[in-house]
Design a protein around this ligand. Structure first.
Ligand code: SAM
Length: 279
């Protein structure tokens, strides 16, 4: 429902009391199933902070559901007025309906439904001092959300999902981004699209790898940087590793086989972005 280039329609306010209302069913479907999110191009983000982040960043809101508490809250009221002015339908619901929509006993006072936004390889023009993180078949929504949040924290440019990844618009992934989803561009590529993309990359292409020969603190990391991370169980596929000029390793001394994917990404990002990060 993009309104770009068109006159913006003012939204409306609707009270919903019935659990069997079609919009309640639609939101339930978006929470529960990737199929519904993919078909509609919509997703659900819970909470007032995420609603204000989304609105500030200019994301398109389809519905903003307000529980009883939100109707007394000035920040929620302001978010609702902004969303309505941009064409969203504001839903005034009971706590029980909010619970049913989100499948949670203690639902947030605000739940938003937003239009998905995901880039492809041709949309990416690396900024001269930027860093993109590419994730090979990331499976865990918590890891993905944490990585998006960390990329935001280091001033990174975006996150690329390569191959069959978990849904970045799943409620758990969105929640783990803590709002950074609305500030960090996401892109999606197949492995066959990624390999030429990495080859044409103008700066450093570095992959973290348990067999990496280079200590991650040693390279110069000419910018822009493309940091490539492997799958939680299987690591980085060989042909993906071959597409990367440098394989870096984070030293370990204890008995752990490897670091958690999101932790390894954070450790590498803070080293690579060192010169951009000053208190
Ligand atoms: N069994 C997998 C393997 O053999 O690679 C472990 C994967 S690890 C949980 C997930 C990803 O985190 C790895 O593919 C790599 O990108 C990164 N990683 C974790 N620990 C690392 C380390 N010590 N050095 C470099 N990369 C690491």
């Amino acid at each position: 429902m993009s309104q770009t280039g068109k006159e913006k329609r003012q939204g409306a306010v609707k009270q919903i009391t019935s659990h069997s209302n079609p919009i309640v069913k639609e939101i339930k479907g978006l929470v529960a199933q990737r199929k519904h999110r993919s078909q509609s191009g919509l997703f659900v983000a819970e909470g007032l902070k995420l609603a204000t982040d989304a609105l500030e960043a200019g994301w398109q809101v389809r519905y903003l559901a307000l529980g009883p508490e939100a109707r007394e809250n000035p920040v929620a009221q302001k978010a609702a007025a902004t969303a309505k002015a941009r064409g969203a339908l504001i839903l005034e619901v009971s706590t029980a309906v909010m619970s049913a929509m989100t499948r949670k006993d203690n639902p947030q006072m605000v739940v938003g439904v937003y239009e998905q936004n995901i880039l492809t390889a041709k949309d990416i023009t690396p900024a001269a001092d930027g860093i993109w993180v590419a994730l090979d078949r990331v499976r865990d929504p918590g890891n993905l959300g944490t990585i998006v949040r960390t990329v935001d924290a280091v001033g990174g440019s975006g996150v690329i999902l390569v191959g069959d990844c978990t849904d970045p618009f799943a409620v758990e992934a969105v929640r783990a981004t803590m709002g950074s989803l609305f500030h960090v561009p996401l892109a999606k590529m197949t492995k066959d699209e990624f390999k030429p993309f990495a080859k044409a990359w103008p700066g450093t292409v570095a992959a973290t790898h348990l067999k990496g020969a280079v200590d991650y603190r040693k390279p110069e990391y000419a910018e822009p940087v493309l940091l490539v991370m492997g799958n939680e169980q299987k690591g980085l596929e060989d042909d993906m590793a071959d597409a990367c000029a440098t394989l870096i390793r984070i030293p370990q001394v204890g008995q752990a086989d490897s670091l958690n994917l999101a932790v390894a990404t954070g450790v590498a990002l803070y080293e690579i972005r060192r010169k951009h990060l000053e208190l």
